[in-house]
Design a protein around this ligand. Structure first.
Ligand code: HEC
Length: 165
């Protein structure tokens, strides 16, 4: 009896480790690949304005501690996306899909959903979310001062944005 219980909790545990989103191995069609070239490239000030007005209320890079965040820092999210989706086309497609329609199924990381709850919709249009995902891909993002040390504790490697592997 006890054995079955241990065994079944092990199975549940192992299953819950398999938490990558269903679309990690997604292959883009030529149409999707080409559509990335049509996305308007935001200037640094245009992109920063949207980050400040629409994202940083939660993904605040000026937070003074890990404890007063409402969401993970975007630079950390960017790193995780780059490691999973190394091409610009996949990165932009996957990140903009999430921002436009944040669902648990689409999320790359399940930990932050447990900690913070699922991100609400931002109100950006489909093309605006694509512009923002491209902007995030192309630009270095600010990180909170506590973040590099936290990252190094978690990953046992030095924090460096854009360390696409
Ligand atoms: C009202 C708070 C809030 C706002 C505003 C917000 N986010 Fe989020 N975001 C969250 C939270 C909380 C999470 C972590 C939970 C989750 O993944 O949904 C998150 C997660 C994410 C993720 C990672 C999802 C994944 O795949 O795991 C991305 C990408 C993201 N946000 C981008 C943005 C961008 C870009 C903006 C601005 C256009 C923005 N967010 C605005 C709260 C917010």
């Amino acid at each position: 009896m006890k054995k079955t219980l241990i065994l079944s909790s092990l199975v549940v545990f192992l299953l819950s480790c398999n938490n990558s989103p269903k679309n990690v191995n997604r292959v883009l069609s030529d149409l999707e690949e080409n559509s990335i070239k049509e996305i308007k490239v935001l200037s640094k000030s245009e992109g920063d304005l949207i980050l400040t007005n629409t994202c940083y209320a939660c993904h605040n890079p000026n937070s003074t501690s890990h404890d007063n965040m409402l969401a993970p820092p975007l630079a950390g999210i960017k790193n995780k996306y780059l490691n999973t989706y190394p091409t610009k086309e996949l990165f932009v497609t996957q990140m903009s899909d999430y921002i436009f329609n944040p669902t648990e199924e689409n999320a790359l990381m399940k930990g932050p959903i447990k900690r913070f709850g699922i991100m609400p919709k931002t109100g950006l249009s489909k093309s605006e979310t694509r512009e923002m995902a491209l902007f995030i891909f192309n630009n270095k993002l600010e990180v909170p001062s506590w973040f590099p040390e936290h990252f190094e504790d978690m990953h046992k490697e030095k924090w460096e944005e854009n360390s696409s592997k």
